[in-house]
Design a protein around this ligand. Structure first.
Ligand code: CTP
Length: 400
């Protein structure tokens, strides 16, 4: 799957550099085009000559090389389709997380543009568990950097624990996954809803919630990238509308109800990531409400449940995905909604956790399936999580 792909392989200074050499060998055997960049410390563990022999081309170690007046960090970043750093030490991860560019590898990381980056961390388990290191790793993941997570096992320091670099094959699988130009949604029409709804109280005030719309937008982009025809219906957000999809903005739950029910019969898959307001002010004042009384009572009326209606009208073969944003009893509440709304999958989202959920760039979900079954999607960028959710949808769609 990596045939013809242009891969930059970065090696940093750790004993797992030998696994970096093996990755290089496997890439070349898989007919990928490999260029190797080594940090100064990597050269203490393995020689550039070894890597040159394995990759079959010049190894890059200096930011500015006299024999080549091209600016390597820029030309290499432009050349490559992906950057893999294996092993990635705590040091390089710290530098990348903070934008430090003091050698060729860190500089070309900053010059990466849209090139995907995969890191294979490797270090002693104390270092791996350290809060500062974990914060750095999380900061990179939030920016969409991929990781091949380390496993547990015997470490070079003699102890045993977490921090041992992922095996070369696992790194290559992760790389193949992120480079795959999957078109597995070709021919499918996907409707996604995103963002909050706004329920006006008067011309200047409204009831709403903290949904940013990022998860729904990530789902719409991911489905588009995989070949689906995507219709996105969103409440008010500050996000950029993705290219290549049909987009419709609504304000209230009632408007979302109309828009969604109008489109749904045509759709193969409906994903309701929107955080729809359950209630709206029963009456909307025509003029701005003045503060002339000591207290104000607002009567709220229940909004229609869009997803429940979709569940009642579900077409043959149509796949219905709901979200359950919960602050307690996550799985119980989600399971209840899955059954009550006649869904195929529900994505349970623990919004009480500050690191994932509503406004952030990261998420983690637990999927519950109709008829039983559960899948945990670990924390990752909302784009990564979106792809995992789409993988699950496709598995249901392709079930015999
Ligand atoms: N939903 C919907 N229409 C509503 C309310 C919710 O379509 N009026 C959808 C959401 O888009 C989400 C799912 O239903 O996919 C679950 O939403 P949530 O607010 O978690 O559940 P509710 O059914 O509103 O239940 P509760 O607020 O009591 O937890």
């Amino acid at each position: 799957m990596l045939t013809g792909k242009k891969i930059l392989l970065g090696l940093t200074g750790g004993i797992a550099a030998y696994k970096g050499a093996e990755i290089c060998r496997l890439l070349v055997r898989g007919e990928a085009l490999v260029k190797v960049v080594m940090t100064k410390n990597a050269c203490a563990f393995i020689t550039p000559l070894t890597m040159q022999t394995l990759s079959g081309s010049r190894v890059y170690t200096e930011t500015f090389s006299p024999e080549n007046y091209q600016i390597d960090h820029v030309s290499l970043a432009r050349w490559a389709q992906a950057l893999v750093v294996a092993p990635a030490t705590a040091n390089i991860i710290g530098k990348m997380a903070h934008g430090i560019a003091d050698d060729l590898l860190t500089t070309l990381f900053l010059a990466r543009g849209r090139m995907p980056v995969l890191l294979a961390p490797a270090m002693n388990s104390e270092m791996f568990r350290d809060k500062i290191f974990q914060d750095n790793l999380t900061a990179l993941k939030k920016r969409g950097i991929y990781t091949a997570d380390p496993g547990s096992g015997q470490l070079a320091c003699g102890s045993s624990g977490e921090g041992r670099m992922a095996e070369p094959r696992e790194v290559l699988d992760a790389l193949a996954g992120l480079l795959q130009e999957r078109q597995d949604f070709t021919g499918l029409k996907v409707l996604v809803t995103a963002g909050p709804t706004r329920e006006p109280l008067d011309p200047v005030r409204y009831f709403s919630n903290r949904s940013s719309g990022k998860m729904g937008f990530a789902l719409a982009r991911a489905a588009r990238d995989r070949g689906a025809r995507v219709h996105l219906i969103a409440g008010p957000t500050s996000l950029t509308v993705p290219d290549g999809i049909q987009y419709q903005e609504v304000m209230t739950a009632a408007q979302m109800y109309e828009a969604v029910l109008g489109e749904a019969p045509e759709m193969h898959v409906v994903i309701k990531a929107a955080a729809v307001a359950d209630y709206r002010p029963l009456e909307q004042a025509g003029d701005k409400i003045k503060k002339d009384s000591a207290s104000l009572t607002v009567t709220l009326a229940k909004n229609p449940d869009i997803l429940k209606t979709l569940g009642e009208r579900k077409g043959p073969g149509q796949i219905l995905v709901g979200f359950a944003a919960e602050t307690r009893d996550l799985l119980e509440n989600a399971a209840h909604k899955l059954a009550r709304k006649n869904l195929d999958v529900i994505a349970a989202n623990d919004v009480s956790r500050p690191d994932i959920g509503f406004e952030g760039d990261q998420n983690a979900l637990t999927l519950l399936f109709a008829g039983g079954g559960r899948e945990d999607i670990p924390p990752g960028s909302k784009d990564q999580v979106a792809h995992r959710l789409l993988d699950a949808v496709l598995r249901i769609k392709n079930r015999p």
